[in-house]
Design a protein. Sequence first.
Length: 444
Amino acid sequence: MATAEVTHDPLQTPSGFWHSLGNMKIGVIPLPLYAILAAVIFTASFYGKLPADMIGGFAIIMIMGMFLGEVGMRIPIIKNIGGPAILAIFVPSTLVFLNLLNPASLKAITAIMKTDNFLYLYISSLVVGSILGMNRKVLIQGFMKMFIPLIVGTIASITVGSLVGTLFGYSIKHTFFYIVVPIIGGGIGEGVLPLSLAYSEILNVPQAEILAPLTTAAVLGNVVAIISAGFLKRLGEKKQHLTGNGILVKGGNDEELLKESTTIDKPIEFPLMGAGLLIATSFFIFGGLANIFIAIPGAIIMIFAAAIVKSLKIMPPKMEQGCYHWYKFISTNLTWPLMVGIGVLYTPLNDVVKLINPAYIVIVISTVLAMVIAGFYTGKFLKMYPIESALVTACHSGLGGTGDVAILSSANRIELMPFAQISTRIGGASMIVLATILMRMFAN
């Protein structure tokens, strides 16, 4: 007599369920532990016991950033166009817009992002670490060649954006000054704020009346650039010959370049990482100090100083190794948390909701896509990797350092940060100066 074999689903037993649950993770943290940590942090926030300092700030942005980044990597379609970056920025921004983020959380995030200046710690760590850990030959070639795609992309975005604006009834003057320029002006703090102040003085109107439309254009442009970066990442996965996977310039001998670049891939030494933190912050401080004597933004000076040190082989290899591993630690663990802070403090969703309309969106999309496409084909013509060239050029449409992080993270090309910073800051500063001069000429 035959007997039926009885099988048991391990999920139907208590031990099997808990074992399966323990294997689920948010980031690298097992789900049960994550739930406990989240409960502690949000309960403390609810009762006003979340410290408004670095401790509370890191706790709240990390618990939110890990979750949103994980979800963004799992949602179909969205995950291919920069889902983690989009969710990590715009979910917190929506919470602020709907007044769902309690005061204790907002104070803690403000403290870590503004009072403790975490954003610039992140930027300096990425810029210095990635430059000192780069292939020296590619670094030099990249800095020499990236300006051409940037210039071509800027001209293309101004031309296309302004012409598309006229198709929807906007004047070229309005489209250029209030839509195109803020998109490629270098961000909110570095671009929109000084630009709005200049416009206010020239036009003799309150700055507040000018700030909202400029901010809206900059934010929407950044969104389009993030999504474009996600599509570029997808394109690079399908057509490998178009991407250097984070390398900007094609080398003559790929095997030699790869061999040179792997000299930094050594076992992690924690004391060297500490040295990397000190070196990164020292470069940032040097940039601010040199700004007293050189009329160039401190962040730009920091980038060029690190590039010169790398090019001239001044830094001991061990210190380069420490800077590189510190950069990898920061970029791996704190990118999505940083974007939560960006969403809360630098992405004013209320301004976007008030001003956007279909025509406005088309103009913004046209402006950014012109920049990206021009960067792609110019890079291809110059024997650069088109995907990386387009990404660096796209960062000219980002919200300063915050936008660079979001755009490059969307494409998983965070190692391009040094080139992105040049694109954003030099390109943005140039546009602010040009727009101010032109506004004064055509104000009447």
